[in-house]
Design a protein around this ligand. Structure first.
Ligand SMILES: [Zn+2]
Length: 420
C-alpha cells in the first residue's frame, strides 16, 4: 500500500494537525496526527462495515458514539446512569442503529478518551488535576459532592468516565471533518454521552456537569482541524453558562443559547452578549415558561438562521438537551418530540448550507427517560431524513396555550439587541 501524505492546506480549513493518505484520488486510510502521533481516535462498528475507512464513514448519514458512564451515578438522581441505556434501547427498538440501518448509521467504538491537554483547553489545569486526585476520596466514600453551589456528585469512576465522554465527542469531530473533505455534505455526529457538560465552568464542575464536552470539542476543532469559526447552538432548557463563560470574549466562537427564563442557574440574560473582541458573539434568549413548538420555530427562523448566516461558521456544535420537553420534570417549557425533530432537521440543513454539513450534537439534559429517548430517536430520524414519528408519542391534549405575546416580545428584543 502506497501512502502519500497530503501537502499542507489541501483545503481552506486544513491544518497542521490533519493529513489524508491518498493513492491517486482513492482514499485508503486516514490518520489524525497529533503531538504524540496517535492515530484516528476511533474504530467503526457497523454490520455492513468491517475494516472501517473514511470512505465508508462518509457514506453514512449519521455517526454516533456512546459513553453511558455507568459508574457515575447517584441513587434516585435525575442525571442517572439509566439515561444513555434508555436512549440506546429506544434506538434499537425503533430500528435506528447500525444493526438495522446498514451503512447509513455508524457507531464509532474504541475511541480514545480526551487528553488532559484537550480538557485543559477549556478548564483550569488545577481543576483537572484536582478532580483526578479526589477520586481516591470517592473510592473510599463511594460518592462525594464536588462543590457547594451546584448539585454535582462524583464517584470513583467519574474522572475516567468523563474523559471518555469528552473523547467520544472529539472522535465524532474527527469523523465529520474527515468526511467533509471528501464529500460536500458530511454525515452528522451525535455523542450519546454523560455526564453532561454545558454548566461546567472553566474553573470547575457545576450543575451535574464535569467537563464542558461541547466547549472542549470547539477548541479541538480549532486546534487540531484548523476550523476557525465555531457556532454553538444550545437548546437545553437551562442556560449553558459554562460554554457561555468559556468563549465570552472570543470572537471566533459564537455561543447561542435559548432557555427558560428564570431557570437554573439564573444566568443567560438578554444583555449577556459577550465582551471585548467577543462582544456580539454570545446570544442569550430567555423564553417565558410555557414556550413551546410555535415559539421555537420562530426562534429558529428569525434568530438562529440569520445569526449563523452572518457568522459563517466552519462547524456547528449542538448542546442537545431534552429537558425542555413538556413531560420533563425539571422545567416548564412545552417542547414536544416534534419540536426536537424540527430542530434537528433545521440544524442539519443549516450545517449543509453553511459549513459542508459539519455538525455534531452532544447530549446534555433530559430527565424523563421516555420523552428523552423518544425525542433522541426522532432526532435520529431527522438526521437520517426519515419522517417524524412524533405524533405516535406526543399527546396534544396535555399542551396549553403558549404565551405568544411574551414570546414575540422576547424575540423582538433579541433581534433588536443583535441587529438581526
Ligand atoms: Zn438542562
Amino acid at each position: 500500500m502506497h501512502l502519500l501524505k497530503f501537502p499542507r492546506s489541501p483545503s481552506s480549513f486544513a491544518s497542521s494537525g490533519n493529513a489524508f493518505f491518498l493513492v491517486g484520488h482513492h482514499v485508503l486510510d486516514i490518520r489524525v496526527f497529533r503531538k504524540n502521533q496517535r492515530c484516528f481516535r476511533a474504530s467503526i462498528s457497523c454490520s455492513a462495515v468491517r475494516n472501517g475507512s473514511i470512505e465508508q464513514l462518509s457514506d453514512a448519514r449519521l455517526i454516533y458514539s456512546v459513553a453511558p458512564s455507568m459508574g457515575h451515578n447517584q441513587e434516585s438522581h435525575p442525571e442517572s446512569h439509566f439515561r444513555v441505556p434508555a436512549i440506546v434501547n429506544a434506538l434499537e427498538e425503533m430500528q435506528l442503529t447500525s444493526k438495522f440501518r446498514g451503512p447509513e448509521v455508524i457507531e464509532l467504538q474504541h475511541f480514545e478518551p480526551a487528553s488532559v491537554d484537550d480538557i485543559a483547553s477549556v478548564h483550569a489545569r488545577a481543576y483537572v488535576s484536582g478532580l483526578e486526585k479526589v477520586m481516591d476520596q470517592a473510592v473510599e466514600k463511594g460518592l462525594i459532592f464536588l462543590d457547594g453551589s451546584g448539585p454535582t456528585y462524583a464517584t470513583a469512576t467519574t474522572f475516567q468516565e468523563s474523559i471518555v465522554a469528552a473523547g467520544a465527542g472529539l472522535a465524532l469531530v474527527d469523523s465529520v471533518v474527515a468526511c467533509s473533505k471528501i464529500k460536500g455534505d458530511a454525515p452528522t455526529g451525535f455523542a450519546l454521552i454523560r455526564p453532561p457538560g454545558h454548566h461546567a465552568v472553566p474553573q470547575g464542575p457545576m450543575g451535574f456537569c464535569i467537563f464542558g464536552n461541547v466547549a472542549i470539542a470547539a477548541r479541538y476543532s480549532q486546534r487540531v482541524h484548523g476550523l476557525k469559526r465555531v457556532f454553538i447552538i444550545d437548546f437545553d432548557v437551562h442556560h449553558g453558562n459554562g460554554t457561555n463563560d468559556a468563549f465570552y470574549d472570543d470572537p471566533d466562537v459564537f455561543f447561542l443559547s435559548f432557555h427558560q427564563d428564570g431557570s437554573y442557574p439564573g444566568t443567560g440574560k438578554f444583555d449577556e452578549v459577550g465582551s471585548g473582541d467577543g462582544e456580539g458573539t454570545t446570544l442569550n434568549l430567555p423564553l417565558p415558561g410555557g414556550s413551546g413548538d410555535t415559539a421555537i420555530r420562530t426562534v429558529f427562523d428569525e434568530v438562529i438562521v440569520p445569526c449563523a448566516q452572518r457568522f459563517k461558521p466552519d462547524i456547528i456544535l449542538v448542546s442537545a438537551g431534552y429537558d425542555g420537553h413538556v413531560l420533563d420534570p425539571l422545567a416548564n417549557l412545552q417542547y414536544t418530540t416534534g419540536t426536537y425533530y424540527m430542530l434537528a432537521s433545521s440544524i442539519k440543513q443549516l450545517a449543509k448550507d453553511l459549513c459542508g454539513g459539519r455538525c455534531v450534537f452532544f447530549l446534555e439534559g433530559g430527565y424523563n427517560l421516555k420523552s428523552l429517548s423518544y425525542s433522541v430517536a426522532d432526532t435520529f430520524r431527522a438526521l437520517l431524513g426519515d419522517r417524524s414519528l412524533a405524533s405516535e408519542f406526543d399527546n396534544p391534549n396535555i399542551l396549553y396555550e403558549e404565551p405568544s405575546t411574551k414570546v414575540k416580545q422576547a424575540i423582538q428584543k433579541i433581534k433588536h439587541i443583535h441587529s438581526l
